[in-house]
Design a protein. Structure first.
Lengths: 122, 205
């Protein structure tokens, strides 16, 4: 069965870049969200076994999504994908339950390595 | 407005994302200098006729207030002007953060604003240029206005081009209210060159 994954970014191009960087042959069902509110709706609909989450977004940002998921009992592999490369940003998202932090522009090899590290079937 | 200059929705989205990536680098450098966490904004993009540039800048900065601005010219694949606009309290706060006591003199304050402006402009524009395969060089930063009302920052009559692309990002420090805005102004031919570079970037995705 394909793995439901959710790609969250306010930029259509950024979502495209991320989707292109996913491992070839990974059997996935991709849902896209343009902000944190849409992301939570998709998450609640069971579309996010793995979530790729941007931080800087209108409506609800990535931190807000992580806080909500944490409050509700996080049950998703969240990989934060962000241009914010401050060490503190990385620390904060980890504290909020994100598994990993990937900087933009995304490196396909890094994404594959993270997925393998956490034993996500590719 | 000349339709050829308008950004398509795809081009706008791409420019916003490229700017977002570049400002992440600029913000990280600012954070390192000031030793505080810097909050990044979603970049705002606007093409404007030069006659309405003052109004557009006022909209971007928000409430009318007195500001101080640093400018820097860039040339190469794209040419134009980059400006960093500090609000009234911003200058004072910046001095505080850098560890100056109350006795900072006017010259040291100017130097500080120029230094921070230079770091932000360099990191942000070089970041954009690098992603788009463009090459830029910069003039030394200069103070373009001190304590002027934001609507009067630019005199449209002094601009030599008819249109400008405003790319606006702002940085907010968590520890206090310091905000500064970075904007770029580009003439028509650079807007056209930027559009082609964005198209090429998207085609290669």
């Amino acid at each position: 069965m394909p793995t439901p994954i959710l790609v969250v970014d306010d930029s259509v191009m950024a979502r495209k870049m991320l989707i292109k960087a996913l491992p070839a042959g990974w059997d996935v069902e991709i849902t896209q969200a343009g902000n944190g509110v849409e992301a939570l709706a998709a998450y609640r609909a069971g579309k996010a076994e793995v979530m790729f989450l941007d931080l800087t977004m209108p409506e609800l940002d990535g931190y807000g999504v992580l806080e909500t998921l944490q409050a509700e009992g996080l049950n998703s592999f969240v990989i934060v994908v962000s241009a914010d490369i401050q060490p503190l940003a990385r620390e904060r998202v980890k504290q909020l339950g994100a598994l990993a932090f990937v900087k933009k522009p995304v490196d396909p090899a890094q994404i594959e390595a993270i997925l393998r590290e956490y034993g996500i079937a590719l | 407005m000349n339709d050829q200059l308008l950004l398509t929705p795809d081009q706008r989205d791409a420019l916003q994302e490229v700017t977002n990536i570049a400002m992440g680098q600029a913000g990280a450098q600012l954070a390192q200098i000031l030793e505080v966490f810097v909050q990044l904004s979603v970049p705002r993009i606007n093409i404007t006729e030069s006659s309405s540039i003052a109004t557009s800048i006022l909209q971007l900065v928000g409430t009318p207030q007195s500001v101080t601005a640093v400018r820097q010219a860039f040339s190469g694949t794209l040419r134009g002007e980059a400006m960093v606009v500090y609000d009234q309290n911003g200058c004072r706060d910046l001095a505080d953060l850098m560890g100056y006591e109350d006795d900072i003199d006017r010259d040291s304050e100017r130097e500080l604003l120029l230094d921070v402006g230079n770091v932000l402009v360099g990191a942000c524009l070089n970041g954009i240029a690098e992603l788009l395969g463009a090459k830029l060089s910069f003039s030394a930063p200069t103070i373009m206005a001190e304590d002027v009302e934001v609507g009067r920052l630019i005199n449209p009559q002094q601009l030599t081009w008819n249109y400008a692309l405003l790319v606006e990002v702002h940085f907010t420090l968590e520890v206090r209210d310091f905000t500064c805005h970075l904007m770029t102004l580009m003439p028509e031919e650079s807007i056209v060159a930027l559009k082609s570079a964005l198209d090429a970037f998207m085609e290669n995705l």
